[in-house]
Design a protein around this ligand. Structure first.
Ligand SMILES: *Cc1c(COP(=O)(O)O)cnc(C)c1O
Length: 413
């Protein structure tokens, strides 16, 4: 049996289902011919893709290694144990659950492990970078729990610690959530632990974004501070699309039961195998260098965007994330994103703290995997600003993007 990476896997599809093969190749072309600046995206390795496309996808495996509801799990059990052991060792955690299908299902399981419907939870408000699972009325979290939002300081853009402490004292939440989809700075986990202890709350760190930086030693770890750490495996961590939960031994059983059978069914063994591959990759010196380069790139991107006149939230970044208001260039985030999309620069809009208009959210995880460094980030920022200002026509910008990414193929042949 041979395992192949994505572009070659399509050979089988080309023969059997050319219609779908064309779609797959079209997406591969899109990913490699445009600039991927979505902060939550990355290019996982051919080895990760091989595990994802493996026959482990056929296996039903409800339960946990050694205690499954299905027969024939003896080999996938080894795969899951390997993934769990690698995650524990990578993050220095006593327990790891690698079955969560996504970041959102990891958060759902964390709440299920610690809370009852109607409990009060303190979390970063959505206008300040909280995730949907942090109390959005459109999400189970906002429907089933009583969320009290904290925010960021209007001047500095930094999490308002005084407000967090005051709200915790007033509302006595059952849990405090720290973590964000857009906050570009390190989170002070020791501070959140202190407040949680003061009011008798659990601390849940939703580290979906920075967990890859944590793995590479480029960001502080929430593991020593939080009761439960929720994460994704597909963002900076560069693994397959999925979730993960880390916790201490005392909560291990509650967390496992909250994932299966409470919120999920059968484990996705191909994805778990791919997570094991990604954890293995993340434990290498090459990944440590990658994680630090991701941050170095984001710092240069932020600084150059600021030089170009955009207002960078918090004045810079500690992570892979940059959020910026393009208003000084004459357009809002939505218009800017449209112009950039036409130029082949793919990124998101985001809420801007204490503003009515939307800003831009960018990340350097994907471009850094491609091999881009500080010099390329300056080029990206200058081009971005030119496009947003309307100075560089989209046809010309597209050519420049193609020229730039042409030197950094995500999946070299
Ligand atoms: C990405 C993210 C999630 C959700 O991950 P999905 O895999 O999309 O469900 C949850 N919380 C935070 C903070 C995130 O950044």
């Amino acid at each position: 049996m041979s395992v192949t990476h994505a572009p070659q896997t399509t050979d089988v599809l080309t023969r059997q289902d050319p219609e779908l093969a064309e779609i797959l190749l079209g997406e591969l072309h899109r990913q490699s011919s445009t600039l991927q600046l979505i902060a939550a995206e990355n290019f996982c390795s051919p080895a990760v893709l091989a595990a994802l496309g493996s026959p482990l996808a056929n296996k039903y495996a409800e339960g946990y290694p050694g205690a499954r509801h299905h027969g024939g799990c003896e080999i996938v059990d080894v795969a899951e144990r390997l993934a769990v052991d690698r995650a524990k060792s990578l993050f220095g955690a006593e327990h790891a659950n690698v079955q969560s299908h996504s970041g959102s299902s990891a958060v759902l399981a964390a709440y299920a492990a610690l809370l009852r419907p109607g409990d009060t939870v303190l979390a970063l408000g959505l206008p300040y970078g909280g995730h949907l699972t942090h109390g959005s009325p459109a999400n189970f979290s906002g429907r089933w729990f009583d969320f009290v939002p904290y925010g960021v300081d209007a001047e500095t853009g930094l999490i308002d610690h005084d407000q967090v402490r005051a709200l915790a004292r007033t509302h006595r939440p059952k849990a405090i959530v720290c973590g964000s989809i857009a906050y570009p700075r390190h989170i002070d986990y020791a501070f959140f632990r202190e407040v949680a202890d003061e009011v008798g709350a659990y601390l849940i760190a939703d580290a979906a974004h920075p967990i890859g930086l944590v793995a590479g030693g480029a960001a502080p770890s929430p593991v020593p501070y939080a009761d439960i750490v929720c994460a994704t495996t597909h963002k900076v961590l560069r693994g397959p699309r999925g979730g993960m939960i880390l916790c201490g031994a005392e909560l291990a059983e509650r967390v496992d039961r909250a994932v299966f059978p409470f919120t999920q069914g059968g484990a996705q063994m191909h994805t778990i195998a791919a997570k094991a591959v990604a954890f293995g990759e993340a434990a290498t010196p090459a990944f440590t260098a990658y994680a630090h380069q991701v941050v170095a790139n984001a710092r240069v991107l932020a600084a150059t965007l600021a030089d170009e006149g955009l207002v960078v939230t918090t004045g810079g970044t500690d992570t892979h994330l940059v959020t910026a208001d393009p208003a000084p260039l004459g357009v809002d985030g939505r218009t800017a994103r449209g112009r950039l999309a036409a130029a082949g620069m793919v990124l998101d809009c985001c809420a801007l703290p204490h503003a009515d208009t939307r800003g831009l959210r960018l990340g350097t995880a994907a471009v850094t995997t491609q091999g881009m460094a500080e010099k390329e980030m300056m080029r990206v920022a200058a081009l971005l600003a030119g496009v947003v200002r309307g100075e560089v026509e989209s046809v010309r910008a597209r050519e420049e993007v193609r020229d730039l990414v042409g030197g950094f193929p995500p999946y070299p042949a």
